[in-house]
Design a protein around this ligand. Structure first.
Ligand code: SAH
Ligand code: SF4
Ligand code: F3S
Length: 503
C-alpha cells in the first residue's frame, strides 16, 4: 500500500511563535482525559519517504552530531535521523567544534533525565557564540512537553529548532527552515502521525540491530509520561517487520532487538488481521539469524501463546525483561498497572516452567506516592521470590500532567533514597548469585567488541544478555563462540574460549 503523504489537518504544526502565549494555543499539555479519547483514527502506513531535491546536497562538506538520551527507542530514532542526515550529504562527527548541526534527542522519563539535557544545552551557548551558523536542535520526548518548550523559548535562545517524536521524517524540511529563519523553528505534532516505513537508517555497528515493531503506548500507567510523548499504540505491518529482519540477516547482523514500549500489545491495533507478538515471533524464528530479543514486555498482555513460542528456543533467546514496578498489589493498583502481585508471580511461574533457563530482568520504582514501608517490603519479598538476573531500580519522579503527579506524595526524599539503597542491595545480591551459579558452565557468547578497559580483552554477551569478558583474538568480534565461565562478579562474567577437540 502506498499513500501520498498529506499533512493531516488536525495535526498541530507551529512555526516560529512569537510569544509563549502564542505557542500555547497550538500545544496540548499531557492530559489523561484527552489522550484516552485516542484510538479511532486510522493510522496510515507510508512508503514514500524522500529527501526534497533542494536538500539532497545541502550537507556536503558539513558535519552532524547527535546526542542521545533515554531508551533504545530513542537510540534507534537517532539512527534514523543520522540516516536522513547522511542522505542529505552530512558526515558524522564526535567533535562539537566541527559540527554544523547538533541534535539533542531527549528523554522525559524522570526529572534528572531532563535536568541533564538542560545542563548540556546551557553549555551549547558558547559554541553557538563561536559558530553562529551552527544549527542546534532539540527533539525526542522532552520536546513533546509544553513546559519544556516554554522553558527553551524563554531561556535557551541558542536553540534553533525544536521538533517532536512524530516529526522525525520532517527533518530535512525543518533543517531548511531553521537555516533560513531568524527565529526558533518549532514543529511538535501533539498527535501521533503515520507510520513511515522507508526512512534511511545509519545503524551503529554491524553485529546488533534494533527493529521497531510498534510505536506509542496506551497503557497510561499513572506515573508515566511515555503515552503522551509517544502517542497511541501503532503496530508496524508484520510483513514490513519480517522483511526488515530478513534484510538485516542477509547483511550479516547476528542479533535483533525488537522494540516497542509495550511489545505485548503488538498487533492489537491491526484491525484486518488477528495477529499478536507470539505470531510474529513464530515467523521470525524461521529467519536465519542467530539471536532475536524484544523489549519491553508488559506483564498484563504476556499471553500463553507467546510463552509457547518462546519455549521453542532456537534464535529466540531466553531473556525476558518483565517490568514489575512494585510488589504491592495496592501500589500496582494506584500505578494502574492492571495486574496484582499474585498475577505477576503466576506469570513468572509459567515462564519459568516453560523456559527453565530463562533470565528474568525487571524495572522497579520505589517511593511511589503513598508507598508505605510494608508495601516496600512487599517489593523486596517479590524480588526474593522471583530472583531476577538484574533489575533497573528508580526513585519515583513526578511528571507534570500525569495522574500520579496529582496524588499526595507522602514519601520524603530521604526515605525514597533509603528504599532505593535497600532494594539495590537485594537486586545486586541476586545478580551476583545468578552470575556465580554460571561458573564452570560453557555458554555461547556473541563478541561485540573490545572491552572498554583493556584492548586485549573482548566483550560479548550470552543469550541471556550477560556481559562476558574473554582474552581473545579480535578476529572473533562478531562471532558466536563457546566460552567456559571462569569467574563471576555482580555485573560481569569472565571466561575462556572452549577449544573444540576433534576426535
Ligand atoms: N514501556 C516500558 C517502560 C519504559 S520507561 C514498560 O512499561 O516496561 C522505563 C522505566 O522507567 C519504567 O519501567 C519505570 O520503571 C521507570 N519510570 C517510568 N516513569 C517513571 C517515573 N515517573 N519515575 C520513576 N521511574 C519511572
Ligand atoms: Fe509507561 Fe511502560 Fe506504562 Fe506505557 S506501559 S505507560 S511506557 S510504564
Ligand atoms: Fe525516555 Fe521517551 Fe524513551 S521518555 S525512556 S526516551 S520513550
Amino acid at each position: 500500500m502506498t499513500t501520498k503523504h498529506e499533512a493531516t489537518p488536525d495535526l498541530k504544526s507551529v512555526k516560529s511563535p512569537k510569544t509563549t502565549a502564542d505557542f500555547a494555543k497550538y500545544f496540548q499539555p499531557p492530559s489523561l482525559k484527552e489522550a484516552k479519547k485516542r484510538g479511532k483514527e486510522d493510522v496510515k502506513v507510508l512508503y514514500d519517504f524522500s529527501i526534497p531535491d533542494d536538500m539532497k546536497e545541502i550537507g556536503k562538506g558539513r558535519h552532524y552530531l547527535i546526542r542521545t538520551y533515554g531508551c533504545q527507542m530513542n537510540e534507534h530514532d537517532s539512527e534514523t535521523m543520522a540516516g536522513i542526515l547522511e542522505q542529505m550529504g552530512y558526515t558524522a562527527t564526535e567533535d562539537e567544534l566541527q559540527a554544523d548541526v547538533i541534535l539533542f534527542n531527549t528523554c522525559a522519563i524522570r526529572e534528572n533525565a531532563e535536568d541533564k539535557v538542560f545542563g548540556e544545552l546551557g553549555h551549547m551557548k558558547h559554541l553557538k557564540n563561536n559558530n553562529p551558523n551552527l544549527i542546534l536542535g532539540v527533539c525526542g520526548c522532552m520536546s513533546q512537553e509544553e513546559k519544556v518548550v516554554n522553558k527553551i523559548l524563554s531561556s535557551y535562545h541558542q536553540v534553533d529548532l525544536i521538533f517532536g517524536t512524530h516529526n522525525i521524517h520532517r527533518l530535512p524540511v525543518l533543517l531548511r527552515d531553521a537555516m533560513f529563519s531568524k527565529e526558533m523553528v518549532i514543529e511538535v505534532w501533539s498527535k501521533e502521525g503515520d507510520i513511515i516505513e522507508n526512512m534511511p537508517k545509519m545503524r551503529e555497528g554491524n553485529i546488533k540491530a534494533w527493529v521497531n515493531i510498534m510505536y506509542g503506548c496506551d497503557k497510561f500507567c499513572t506515573y508515566c509520561i511515555v503515552p503522551y510523548t509517544r502517542g497511541k499504540e501503532r503496530s508496524r505491518r508484520p510483513e514490513d517487520v519480517i522483511a526488515e529482519v530478513r534484510d538485516l540477516a542477509r547483511q550479516g547482523y547476528k542479533e535483533i532487538m525488537l522494540l516497542g514500549q509495550n511489545v505485548n500489545a503488538y498487533g492489537k491495533d491491526l484491525t484486518d488481521i488477528k495477529y499478536g507478538l507470539g505470531d510474529l515471533m513464530d515467523e521470525l524464528r524461521k529467519i536465519d539469524i542467530p539471536r532475536i530479543r524484544f523489549t519491553t514486555s508488559h506483564p498484563r498482555d504476556f499471553d500463553d501463546h507467546l510463552i509457547e513460542v518462546l519455549a521453542k528456543g532456537g534464535n529466540l533467546v531466553e531473556q525476558i525483561h518483565l517490568p514489575v514496578q512494585s510488589g504491592s498489589s495496592e501500589v500496582l493498583k494506584r500505578m494502574a498497572r492492571k495486574y496484582t502481585r499474585e498475577q505477576y508471580l503466576e506469570l513468572v511461574r509459567k515462564i519459568k516452567a516453560a523456559i527453565p533457563n530463562a533470565a528474568l530482568t525487571t524495572d522497579i520504582i520505589v517511593g511511589f506516592p503513598g508507598e508505605t514501608e510494608e508495601q516496600f517490603q512487599e517489593t523486596l519479598s517479590l524480588v526474593e521470590e522471583v530472583g531476577y538476573d538484574s533489575a533497573y531500580t528508580f526513585m519515583y519522579s513526578p511528571r507534570a500532567g500525569t495522574p500520579a503527579a496529582e496524588m499526595a506524595d507522602s514519601v520524603p526524599e530521604e526515605v525514597k533514597k533509603d528504599r532505593l539503597h535497600r532494594l539495590m542491595e537485594v537486586t545486586n545480591r541476586w545478580s551476583r548469585e545468578k552470575n556465580l551459579a554460571m561458573q564452570g558452565q560453557t555458554v555461547e557468547v556473541l563478541f561485540e567488541g573490545e572491552s572498554k578497559t583493556n584492548p586485549e580483552v573482548l566483550a560479548g554477551r550470552t543469550r541471556t544478555g550477560k556481559l562476558v569478558h574473554v582474552k581473545a583474538d579480535h578476529s572473533l568480534i562478531g562471532q558466536l563462540v563457546d566460552v567456559r565461565i571462569t569467574d563471576a562478579k555482580t555485573w560481569t562474567l569472565w571466561g575462556e574460549i572452549v577449544t573444540k577437540v576433534e576426535v
